[in-house]
Ligand binder design. Structure first.
Ligand code: GAP
Length: 512
């Protein structure tokens, strides 16, 4: 069984069984839209975060990071437009009082894409197709806008004046801190400000496991460019321009056509990207996913149609992943222009601008690209893409070794005759460099299967021959092949296997 045959419910069960993800508060029956990462899952999640931060912040001269609060001054959300416009269409069942997300019920019943569908269109379709409540077939009310922000109260008084919101995106904290960052960090345009952190949305209908939850994490960058430079991006090299990517354009969607491969250069010419900076960051994120091992055939770009653009966006392109429940967004990237800084200038009464040395003028930088990555959706896509079940009781998680919660497992064949002690020595040596465990329980075959299931790329077996010739058996998760290897070159060999410099066949003769 591969990811093409598995359902999202089976993936959720697999994640629970292997300690990747648990439903939150399960002892009380669970809490819809909330999930906890277990002992294995938290390691994968932290590894994804750190690889993203390294690639997009630490290793770049032009991006700095912040770590802001999840509750901010409520005016931030008034200024950003979220208080007035951050809504989804909601319908009520007149009979059983269930609350239903308008675009979802249309998508489920009519099997048509519904991104950005207006209240009017939903009402017309519900009427035309006589759509009723999926639970009790009761009549539905007209669709109305429902605000997705979680409210709370700050301080000991519980009234409208103390109302605050849990942030629905990390981006606004970057905008609200824009002056504090630029005044303290001597940044020169173009530059980015990045943040990783929790976001909260009171989704009408959380579904598809981690895909649509009520508490999740985002990894976002706001990339600021001089307004006169929006149309030229020196970071777009020939190599990037010639890269062909599967893209579903606005035209394809309007004409009901399939996505096709287009080079970044041609996509820019056809105005699929609103500007070249956005094309550059989409390319980098797409590459980041490929480097982490996602199969290219399971990724595509989707251009937002004009009628579905968010209130702040001049243009937007998503990265979609082919989930068991269809192609869905895992990353969004919008050209936000000067919308947010202008709004905060207006609401705070303080210009959110910087001084341009060249023209000796104050300018409002243009957010040419906002790479917005959902961490949990990245996690879900990586796990699904790595999932394989060659036989009923044998699951292999072929996850990138850099993300594996355990990178090396050391198995003493037996506990006696000094074998366990030798295995402990090897464990101590490998644990300096790799996340290593020692596993003594059960047959070696069972131990291999346990490790395959949680994605451990390398298992080392220590046996009687080890004492004679200082060699161990290395077993490779992905090919299930085994070879003997000298202990003194073990560390170097594993490092090369992880970086794909060599394959298991290069280590030695395959043993049965
Ligand atoms: N700052 C822009 C922004 O927040 P978005 O498209 O609403 O844009 C960006 O969200 C990303 O956040 C999405 O591509 C997705 O990966 C993630 N995301 C959004 N809502 C989510 C939810 N309910 N559950 C899990 N991830 C979500």
């Amino acid at each position: 069984m591969t990811k093409n045959d598995i359902t999202i419910t089976e993936i959720a069960a697999f994640c629970k069984k292997t300690g990747l993800i648990f439903p939150n508060s399960e002892i009380y029956g669970g809490f819809s839209g909330f999930f906890d990462y277990g002992p294995r899952g938290v390691e994968i999640k932290n590894a994804i975060k750190s690889l993203w931060w390294n690639t997009f912040v630490k290793k770049r001269q032009d991006v700095v990071g912040i770590d802001g609060t999840t509750i901010t001054h409520p005016k931030v959300w008034k200024a950003s437009g979220h208080v007035d416009s951050f809504t989804d269409p909601l319908l009520d069942c007149k009979k059983c009082k269930s609350r239903i997300r308008g675009d979802h019920i249309i998508e489920d019943d009519l099997k048509i894409p519904t991104d950005g569908m207006s209240l009017d269109e939903i009402n017309k379709l519900v009427k035309k197709h006589k759509i009723t409540c999926p639970k009790c077939s009761g009549e539905l009310t007209k669709a109305r806008n429902y605000n997705l922000m979680f409210k709370t109260n700050v301080g000991p008084i519980d009234n409208d004046e103390s109302t605050a919101y849990l942030r629905p995106e990390t981006a606004q904290v970057i905008f609200a801190d824009f002056k504090a960052v630029t005044d303290s960090s001597r940044l020169k345009l173009p530059f980015g400000i990045a943040q990783i952190g929790k976001a909260y949305r009171n989704e009408i209908a959380p579904r598809d496991f981690l895909f649509r939850s009520r508490e999740f994490e985002q990894m976002e960058i706001e990339y600021f460019v001089h307004p006169k430079d929006v149309k030229k991006c020196p970071l777009l090299t020939k190599k990037i321009l010639s890269k062909k990517i599967l893209i579903l354009t606005e035209k394809n969607q309007l004409e009901n056509m399939k996505a096709k491969e287009i080079s970044i250069k041609d996509a820019l010419k056809d105005k699929i990207f609103p500007n070249p900076w956005l094309a550059y960051f989409i390319y980098q994120t797409h590459k980041w996913f490929l480097d982490l091992g996602i199969k290219e055939k399971n990724l595509r770009l989707r251009q937002h149609r004009k009628d579905e653009l968010a209130h702040y966006a001049k243009g937007c392109v998503d990265i979609d992943y082919k989930f068991p429940f269809g192609w869905k967004e895992i990353h969004g990237n919008a050209d936000r222009g000067t919308y947010d800084l202008d709004q905060h200038s207006k609401y705070a009464g303080k210009p959110q601008q910087i001084f341009d040395e060249e023209t000796k003028e104050k300018i409002t930088p243009h957010v040419a690209s906002e790479p917005s990555q959902g961490l949990d959706r990245a996690f879900l896509a990586l796990v699904i893409d790595a999932y394989e079940q060659p036989e009923k009781d044998h699951t292999i998680l072929k996850i990138n070794p850099r993300l594996a919660p355990i990178q090396v497992a050391v198995f003493p064949l037996v506990k006696k005759d000094g074998i366990k002690e030798k295995a402990e020595e090897i464990y101590d040596m490998l644990n300096e460099q790799f996340i290593t465990i020692i596993d003594i329980a059960g047959s070696v075959g069972k131990r291999y299967y346990r490790m395959d299931e949680i994605g451990t790329p390398i298992c080392i077996t220590v046996d009687y021959d080890t004492k004679e010739d200082n060699t161990v058996t290395i077993r490779d998760r992905d090919t299930q092949k085994q070879v003997r290897c000298k202990i003194d070159i073990l560390k170097e060999t594993i490092k090369k296997l992880f970086s794909k410099e060599i394959t298991i066949k290069d280590v030695g003769t395959i043993v049965k």
